[in-house]
Ligand binder design. Structure first.
Ligand SMILES: [Zn+2]
Length: 291
């Protein structure tokens, strides 16, 4: 199915085809962009079609969206490109407030995008047992932004009578190397690749990811798991590997693994990317690297 972002342009409606990035402009009694419902096929047959000058940013948006995977495109709802761009700029404005001496909190890391063996987040903060949360081991740490966001998440959980259990956080390259090797020895490389990251490709090396609770599928059905799933985004935490998206994320479902990206990015992800973190981060990567 072809999908479109629509934009009002002085009485005309702009359609950005997400499949090919092409624009068409229809005039006349077409509902303005405020209406999310459009009928692109009838518009495409309207004659004569006219091309008008297009905002370069809208043009860039069309090009970037068209470069995304088919599944990402399918997840993006119809909407007004101007509204999309306003939301995007809000997310990018927040990025400008991130510390400049470390990687962006939107940094794309996956099977194709990685960090070096020497990358370690700045000012890692130890995550120990305290009044807000429990830990399952004593060598945990997080980037400061993630640490403070965990404090907020944990306070909210406590207010609902739930004390979070933090089970895994920052992992160094060498730790991940040993972990992956252990899983390969245990299950073979093909299966290990589906649930464990090769060194340099793990969100855990960024110091912004947490594995909660038992790190098993049934954690998602516990009181804690349900609470985190429902409330994480309000505090900037995003589920990284949702169920049914292994072809997108490269990993099997991990109900326990959340990454801190900030509240605005969580909202952007939910509104425009079907709430799939990977789609949103891939879009930001493509947007920021567009030439
Ligand atoms: Zn994890």
């Amino acid at each position: 199915m072809r999908r479109f972002l629509t934009a009002g342009l002085c009485g005309a409606v702009l359609f950005l085809c997400l499949s090919c990035g092409q624009k068409t402009v229809a005039r006349g009694n077409v509902a303005h962009a405020a209406s999310p419902t459009v009928a692109p096929t009838s518009l495409e047959t309207d004659a004569p079609q006219q091309m008008t000058a297009v905002d370069p940013e809208v043009e860039k948006l069309g090009a970037v969206l068209s470069s995304l995977s088919e599944r990402a495109k399918a997840a993006i709802p119809n909407g007004d490109p101007k509204e999309f761009l306003a939301d995007l700029h809000a997310v990018l404005a927040v990025e400008q407030t991130f510390r400049s001496d470390d990687l962006s909190l939107y940094y794309l890391i996956d099977k194709k995008h990685y960090v070096g063996s020497d990358y370690e987040p700045k000012d890692l903060m130890p995550v120990k047992n305290n009044d807000l949360w429990n830990v399952s081991r004593n060598d945990l740490s997080l980037r400061p932004e993630a640490y403070h966001a965990l404090e907020e998440l944990s306070r909210a959980a406590l207010a609902d009578g739930i004390k979070l259990m933090v089970s895994s956080t920052y992992r160094s390259y060498s730790y991940q190397e040993r972990l992956f090797a252990r899983y390969v020895a245990q299950d073979g490389v093909e299966l290990a690749e589906r649930y464990s990251a090769r060194p340099g490709t793990s969100q855990h090396q960024l110091g912004v990811a947490i594995d909660f609770g038992s790190i098993t599928d049934d954690w998602g059905d516990t009181k804690m798991g349900k609470w985190v799933y429902k409330n994480a985004a309000k505090y900037g935490w995003s589920l990284s590997f949702p169920q049914g998206y292994e072809d997108v994320t490269g990993y099997m479902w991990e109900c326990w693994h959340f990454r801190y990206i900030g509240v605005e990015a969580c909202e952007f992800q939910k509104k425009w990317f079907g709430d799939i973190q990977q789609f949103m981060l891939e879009f930001l990567y493509a947007w920021e690297n567009y030439k």
